[in-house]
Every structure is written in C-alpha cells, then in structure tokens.
Design a binder for this molecule. Sequence first.
Ligand code: GLU
Length: 486
Amino acid sequence: MNAKTVKVRFAPSPTGELHVGNIRTALFDWAYARHTGGVFLFRIEDTDTDRVTDEYIQAAIETLKWLGLDWDEGPEVGGENGPYLQSQRLDIYAEYAQKFLDQKDAYYCYCSPDELEAVREAQRKANVAPGYNGHCRDLTQAQIDAYKAQGRSAVVRMRMPDGSTTFTDLIRGDVSFDHNFVPDFVLVRADGSPLYTLAVAVDDILMKVTHVLRGEDLLSSTPRQIRVYQAMGVAPKDYPVFAHLPFVMGTDNAKLSKRNGEASIAWYREMGFLPEAICNYLALLGWSPGDDVENITMKELTQMFTVEKVHSSPARFDMKKLEAINGDKIRALTIDEFLKWSLPFLTKANVIQGSSQEIELVKKALPLIQERIIVLSEVPKMLKFLFVTEFEVDAESVSKITDSGSKEILKRSVKELEGVSQWSHENIEAALRTSLIEELGLKPRIAFTALRIATTGSTISPPLFESMELLGKEACLARISTALAL
Ligand code: GLU
C-alpha cells in the first residue's frame, strides 16, 4: 500500500444492535473508501467487556454483510494489521500505556471514586468546568508508597499539557479545543483494561488509518486522541484526517427512537426494507447527490460520494421518504429477485412451507402486488388467500357481505362464474361486468368489494380478477358458497 492510499475505518462498540446512526457512519466510510479506491477497514471495539457481547459482535458483522458494505480488512477477512477485535490486542495497549508512563506523559492516579466525586461536586458549586483536578500529577515517592500501603489501586491517566489543540475537520473546518476544558483523562482502568481513547488512537495509527469519518458525538474526544498520537511519537503529517458527520435526529428533532422513527436496523430488516433502500435513504442523511436526485444505486453512491458535500447541520429522519424509496426499489426488482426477497417472509409467516408448487404460485402472484407494497412484510398478508386451506373471512369484513344486497351479488356471481369455461381474468371480468354492473346497475366498488371479500377473505388483496384466476374456478366457487352461508 502506498502512503497516499486512503484507508477509512468503521469501528463500532457492539454494546447493542447497530442503529441508524452507526449504519449511516459505516455507509459513508464505505462509500468514501470505494469512491477513492481506498481501503475499508472494519474494527470491533470490544474493550468494554461489561456491555459488549459475542451476540452483538456477530450481529454487527452480519448486518454489514446484509447491507452489502464489504470490508477489505477486518473480522473474517483478516489483513496485515490484525487482529481486528480490540479484545485481542490488549497487550499492545498495555505496552503503549507503559511507554507513556515511562515518558512521563502519563501517571498513576490513586484518587478513589469518592474523592473524584467530591472534586466534581466542588466544581459544580464553584461553577467551573468539570474534570480531573490534577491531584496525582506530581506525587512524591513517599505519597505513592502511602497510597499503596493503604491498598489503593491506580488508574493510568494522560497528562494534558497547557494550551490547546486545533485540527482541521473536513466537514467543520478548523476546530479548536482549549485544554482548560480537556482535563487529564484515564487511559487504563484500575483492573488494567484500556479505555476507548487509548485503544482507538493506538489502533488508528498502527492500522494506518488515513481518514476518520464518524459521528459528531465523538468530536470532543478528538483532542484526547491527538494527545495519544503525540505521546506515541507520531508526526502531525501522519495523523488521520477527521470528518465528523452530523447527528441523525428523529422527525421531532429529538434523539431518534421508536417513537419518532425507530433506530434499530434489525427492525427495518424485519419490516422488509431492502438493504439497498436503507443505504440509499441513509446516504441522504447529511449528504446529497445534488439536483434533487433521491433514488440512487450503491454504485452511483460510490461514484458520487465526497466528504465535501456532507453538511454539518443535523439530518432529520423521515420515515415516509424511506418508505417511498423502498417502494421504488421493490418495483425495480426483477420477479426472480422479488421472489428471493419475499420467500423468507412467506415461510416465516407460515403462509407457505416452501414446496416448488407453492413457489410457482407465489411467482405468478408477485407481479400483481409489486406496484402495491411498500415493505416486504406486506407480502404474506397480500398472498395468504392463495394458500389457506380452511377459508375464512376476516372478522372485520364479515358484516360487509352478510346483508341482503351482498348476498344477491354473490348469488348472481356464482351463476355467472359457473358459465365461464376458459378461466382467465379477462373472461371473469367480462362475465361479472356484464351481469353485475350493466344488467344489475351496481356500482363497481360495491359489487367487487363483496366478491373480493368472498374470494380472498379480506378487503385488501391484489387485483380482484387476477386473484380469482390464480385461485382457480373451483376454489372461487367454493369460497363464495362458504361466504353465502355466513
Ligand atoms: N467505538 C466507538 C463507538 O462506537 C467509535 C469509534 C470511532 O469511530 O472513533 O462509539
């Protein structure tokens, strides 16, 4: 790899399911790497062993795969800078912590949690910026011995020099942090485990990351990371370039949650949003391809994506827009692709078991609903009527076909349908239109709603005559008789 090759990393801490914000970051990282012909590195930041679980790690890996965000270095794929799970790199962090102690960039801090809390309380009262007061910065050997004799354990703390840190953020321009507001920070816990700031900075350098594109929530950790680079002896020209992506807010500008947009990616998957629709929509959160273009493919995204076009203001999540994009992506599928995406939903809902006959029928029915659905979880509801063995009418639809007018319609339909010899939707429609609309003078909506309920069991179904054709003459007549008996 030559020194100029872009390397971007996605580095989640899997303490839960990945959410919309994480995935938007992963997508921008990936798109930037692909746009520049660089490397996309995937690293798992699992040093917080109390909160990270194997299940969440596996889910993160699986989610990225499902979304099509393939990585060049990372779990399963490997690479020359591994391992890519921070829990497998603890000796590396320990080595650096020791180096910083030896250089006096860091020191042991013996303050107890109670003492630290007392300091914070005093700071609150005095209305000064909270943070470590430097108590253990320059302990004498005698003080250290006394603390040890008391059985106190120590954390390793980084010494923040006076002054400030300024760096250029690709999205926000020059950003400065006055060190009066960046207190000495913990690198290693008393139990020896490294903190995020140490591990992330060491890894970004050792893994030769050139660009850190990540959420705005991490902006304030940047001066601490730069401090670690300095202590590592890295020259400023070799620091990664930072770009902090704007927050993703819910529709009401509050933090994204179930109430205002739903944050969990797993939920979108269960609802039947296509990965390409999710990526397309998330790409528009904070970035825009320009010219009011909204529907783009992954390939177009990688061609067009530049960090310069990312905005710094928060992006607002809009479920309606995501739904519209998903509907468009569903309509753009070939029938074979649509079938592939739909089958798991149909089997999970127990609508089909998966036999080849069932699949044939699904394949014939899918074109009827492709224009009508927004998410794949609607497929089972729409196609269930083709597969039920014990025909039943929806509880809420029963009253719509038991009045005398509806019974008349159904009786007349039976008579007409019995006479249809070539069972095609054109012939079914012609027969019913002639008798119900022209001869009886009924409004189509009234006549056909009754028939729709009597043949499919509900008011929601694919187009009526096509549905009746797929269902077959015998089943249609049997169902209308059942409905008439209600
Ligand atoms: N592991 C951190 C997190 O999930 C992000 C690390 C980074 O992007 O710098 O919050």
